[in-house]
Design a binder for this molecule. Structure first.
Ligand code: NDP
Length: 268
């Protein structure tokens, strides 16, 4: 019988995940289906339990349910525990297991696909929402020094405080960024969705710097700003999307798909 999977979000019709997982399944000859499921904003838990009870094998979780998914799980992987957010669910023996593959997705895209070495680099992470918290520990564990900037500075401070005792992550207001320079600037805000640019100063990029916008699908104001400011490499988040999907696919199927042909197909 064909194994069923889905991505749950609200809204969800724009999602590229069904296409990505269908391509992975074809490539690795897995008998599975993958669909989008829109959960009502107040009906995430009910939707997850329904899918589990109908025999689905797992789900991806996207905006705005990643924090709620974290609370719903019976067991959690380390990355999900660190992030306090879950983007991958596995239904096993009636239990709901939770993982977070966003951090691995970002790191694989940056190091493997873009050829940018992370160890000992200085990074500025813009945003303190679900996406930022999902990638913060993996960046830190890769030897990256991280500053977090967010409009709501309290949210950035809460994330930074988790590192007390392990190392230093600084929370900074946007106004404090003038004069600072980074090897890597990651836009993990949702500003690009509304074609806005966070209030960034001139001169943020060191020579050889990578500017990475987690948004994908179009040139964003952040990407345009980075090109204008002389960032050596400018990337969107499509590679992260494909890489985090590959990691989820591996957790479900125990098979690692080749991401390159899928990324090329999506780009074309
Ligand atoms: P959240 O809603 O959890 O967080 C939004 C963040 O963006 C907050 O920190 C908010 O700041 C900040 N923000 C929103 N608008 C602006 C603005 N105009 N200027 C400055 N900051 C702003 O969203 P997520 O963290 O879940 O998602 C963020 C982005 O990352 C989305 O675009 C999403 O599509 C993308 N993403 C991409 C992935 C991929 O695989 N490529 C994976 C996951 C996410 P404040 O707290 O001050 O309101």
């Amino acid at each position: 019988m064909t194994d069923r999977y889905a991505v749950i979000g609200n809204p969800i019709s724009h999602s590229k995940s069904p296409l990505i997982h269908t391509l992975f399944a074809e490539q690795t000859r897995q008998d599975m289906s993958y669909e989008t499921v829109e959960a009502p904003l107040d009906g995430f838990a009910t939707t997850v339990r329904r899918l589990r009870d109908e025999g689905y094998k797992g789900c991806n979780v996207t905006v705005p349910f990643k924090f709620e998914a974290f609370k719903l799980c019976d067991r959690l992987g380390e990355r999900a525990r660190d992030a306090k957010a879950v983007n991958t669910l596995i239904f096993q023996d009636g239990q709901i297991l939770g993982a977070n593959t966003d951090g691995t997705g970002l790191l694989n895209d940056i190091e493997k696909n873009l050829g940018f070495t992370l160890m000992w680099k200085d990074a500025l992470l813009l945003g303190a929402g679900g996406a930022a918290s999902g990638v913060l520990w993996p960046l830190f564990n890769a030897g990256v020094g991280v500053d977090i900037a967010n409009r709501n500075i309290e949210k950035a401070r809460i994330l930074a405080a988790e590192f007390t005792g392990s190392g230093t992550v600084y929370a900074r207001r946007y106004e404090e960024l003038a004069g600072r320079k980074y090897d890597l600037v990651i836009n993990a805000t949702s500003s690009s969705l509304s074609d806005e640019l966070p209030p960034l100063p001139d001169g943020l990029f060191k020579p050889g710097a990578l500017a990475y916008d987690m948004m994908y699908g179009r040139e964003t104001p952040f990407m345009a700003y980075a090109r204008e400011q002389g960032a050596a490499l400018v990337a969107d988040g499509l590679g992260m999307l494909v890489e985090q999907a590959a990691e989820a696919f591996y957790l479900w199927r125990n098979v690692r798909p080749d991401t390159q042909p899928v990324l090329e197909k999506l780009r074309s």
